[in-house]
Design a protein around this ligand. Structure first.
Ligand SMILES: Nc1nc2c(ncn2[C@@H]2O[C@H](COP(=O)(O)OP(=O)(O)OP(=O)(O)O)[C@@H](O)[C@H]2O)c(=O)[nH]1
Ligand SMILES: [Zn+2]
Length: 185
């Protein structure tokens, strides 16, 4: 029994002039539905489940930075992928977060229909809420297939977005340190 999503994919194939009954396409509606559910699984993700209590007391108040977290998302305008890297930093204030949880938070928001600016802000706000950090900085660089495969067809442009919260907004030195670290200096 095909899911409703699979039936819609079947209708799309018909609209494209294809024969959904031909051998190569017979299971495609089912596969495409499964793939789309995977690519948007962030809608089903519960923050508490991914954090799983991995917040630890610490008196370290120096910047924690996780660089080069790869991300795959879908642009909400064309449902085409955008692909890139996120860099996340925070300045702890009594609590630190399990390392993998930062990447899990990135995925939770990336695996939804997004624009890059909102994705960046949602990650920053979430890390702030979870850690109660003195400051949070998130930077994302990504290439958008909707600009590469279609439309304006620019192959090399990269979009950079960033969000700074708390002391990253008010303290130029923290901001500069973050920007320097994400450039790999
Ligand atoms: N700011 C922002 N824009 C995005 C993002 N992803 C896609 N877009 C843009 O969303 C816009 C949608 O513009 P429209 O004119 O409605 O759509 P379109 O006719 O398909 O536009 P073209 O891509 O220029 O052909 C385009 O400029 C896309 O490049 C994103 O993450 N952030
Ligand atoms: Zn797009």
């Amino acid at each position: 029994m095909d899911t409703e999503l699979a039936l819609h994919y079947r209708a799309i194939l018909e609209q494209l002039g294809e024969d959904p009954g031909r051998e190569g396409l017979r299971d495609t509606p089912k596969r495409a539905a499964k793939a789309m559910e995977f690519l948007t699984r962030g809608y089903q993700t519960e923050l508490d489940t991914i954090i799983n209590g991995a917040i630890f007391s610490s008196d370290n108040d120096e910047m924690v930075i996780v660089r080069d977290i790869e991300l795959y998302s879908l642009c909400e305008h064309h449902l085409l992928p955008f692909i890139g890297k996120a860099h996340v930093a925070y300045i702890p204030q009594g609590k630190v977060l399990g390392l993998s949880k930062i990447a899990r938070i990135v995925d939770m928001f990336a695996r939804r229909l997004q624009i890059q600016e909102n994705l960046t802000k949602q990650i920053a706000d979430c890390i702030q809420t979870v850690t109660q950090a003195a400051g949070v900085a998130v930077s994302i660089e990504a290439k958008h297939l909707c600009m590469m495969m279609r439309g304006v067809e620019k192959q090399n442009s990269v979009m950079n977005t960033s969000v700074m919260l708390g002391s990253f907004r008010t303290n130029q030195a923290s901001r500069n340190e973050f920007l320097q670290l994400i450039r790999g200096n």
